[in-house]
Ligand binder design. Structure first.
Ligand code: AMP
Ligand code: MG
Length: 355
């Protein structure tokens, strides 16, 4: 794979590239130039990889929808490299928004804000009066955006409906040949998408998508969230949440923390059923799986570990010919587990039930 870019290509029209480049730190200038020329470049963030296009290039933004196969009514996040860049596009922020920004930016909190009319195209906002903004905590990507000089859109860099990418290889798997390049920042840290909070005027102050920045953390900084009068699952305010997301092709079933439920499920399934369990559970289950050839994914010890591993496991089962289905750990419902549970329940068919 070549990483160096010759000047010969600079003035070429933006034909669809045949080979997607794996770009490294030293290729940031090339990546920035490609973005300014209207190409699509995927980039690392601390949550998942994003698919970038400059926000002012309508054709490039439409290309993002096409490359992902994303429904056009699902707006895109605007990704910035500092607060000043964001403010060029936003109506004055509420006191609450300022507090959240001070506490969590750069970081995995996306804010839905009122947009200054005419500054962001309808294809980014899907015609809304708001825009979702994020300042990721990733020095490679903030350097890239600074070099570009304007925000880039940043939906997850996966085929729509599939689990989001947490490595450059995941991006290549889904988008190779469809985009100019992937800036390789290694494995992402958080592993699930950002928390989205609505701070726009006239809307309830609410979490539209749970994530690593939890309800408790948000309320500690900005006061209580509003009670929603409608069930957010029935009428999602983040349009993307209404689509089935994050799902592998193979079936996924959940089991809670009870060891006897796992032992039972193990006795009812064969070696083609893979398991994904936290370290503590694996210890208890070791005797039950000692003689089996099952694939066992070790999720780690903490919620952060499970989140970090989740999408890699969900993607891997589809690539393993020896696996038919997955049984995966669903932790108890508490504020710290909300993001992990939300993504897992969207990926899974439901709890494992013996029939
Ligand atoms: P993704 O692009 O797949 O990482 O997810 C971005 C999420 O942000 C999707 O669920 C979008 O529907 C949501 N989103 C983007 N812009 C807005 C907005 N202006 N208002 C509400 N939700 C938004
Ligand atoms: Mg996505």
């Amino acid at each position: 794979m070549t990483n160096k870019q010759t000047n010969k290509q600079t003035n070429k029209p933006t034909n669809k590239p045949k080979t997607t480049k794996l770009l490294k730190r030293e290729d940031i200038t090339d990546a920035a130039r490609a973005l300014r020329d209207g190409e699509l470049v995927a980039f690392p963030t601390e949550t998942v990889y994003g698919l970038g296009a400059v926000i002012s290039n309508e054709k490039a933004v439409k290309g993002v929808y096409a490359a992902k196969g994303r429904p056009s009514d699902n707006p895109l996040i605007m990704t910035v490299s500092d607060l000043e860049m964001a403010k060029r596009y936003l109506e004055p922020l509420s006191h609450r928004a300022e507090k959240l920004i001070k506490a969590f930016w750069p970081g995995s909190l996306t804010l839905v804000c009122d947009v200054i009319p005419g500054t962001v195209s309808d294809s980014v906002t899907s015609g809304r009066s708001t825009v979702a903004v994020r300042f990721p905590d990733d020095p490679l990507t903030t350097t890239l955006i600074k070099e570009v000089g304007e925000p880039i859109v940043g939906p997850s860099a996966n085929t729509s409906g599939k689990p989001s990418p947490t490595t450059a290889e995941h991006v290549m798997h889904d988008l190779h040949g469809k985009i100019y390049g992937v800036l390789d920042g290694g494995t992402t840290n958080v592993g699930i998408e950002s928390t989205i909070v609505d701070v726009s005027s006239g809307s309830p102050f609410a979490i539209l998508r749970p994530g690593n920045v939890t309800r408790e953390m948000i309320e500690a900084v900005a006061g209580p969230l509003d009670e929603l009068s409608v069930d957010p699952a029935a009428a999602p305010k983040a349009p993307g949440m209404k689509y089935r997301h994050y799902s592998p092709t193979k079936p996924v079933f959940t089991i809670d923390e009870r060891v006897n439920e796992w032992q039972n499920a193990i006795s009812l399934t064969d070696d083609r059923t893979a398991l994904a369990v936290p370290d503590s559970l694996l210890k208890s289950l070791a005797p039950s799986v000692a003689d089996s050839d099952r694939v066992i994914y070790q999720l780690g010890a903490t919620t952060q570990n499970w989140q970090h591993r989740l999408y890699d496991v969900l993607r891997d089962i589809d690539d393993q010919p020896t696996i038919d289905q997955l049984l995966i750990y669903l932790p108890v419902d508490n504020p710290a587990n909300e993001g992990y549970r939300n993504r897992l329940m969207k990926a899974a068919h439901g709890p494992f039930v013996k029939d």
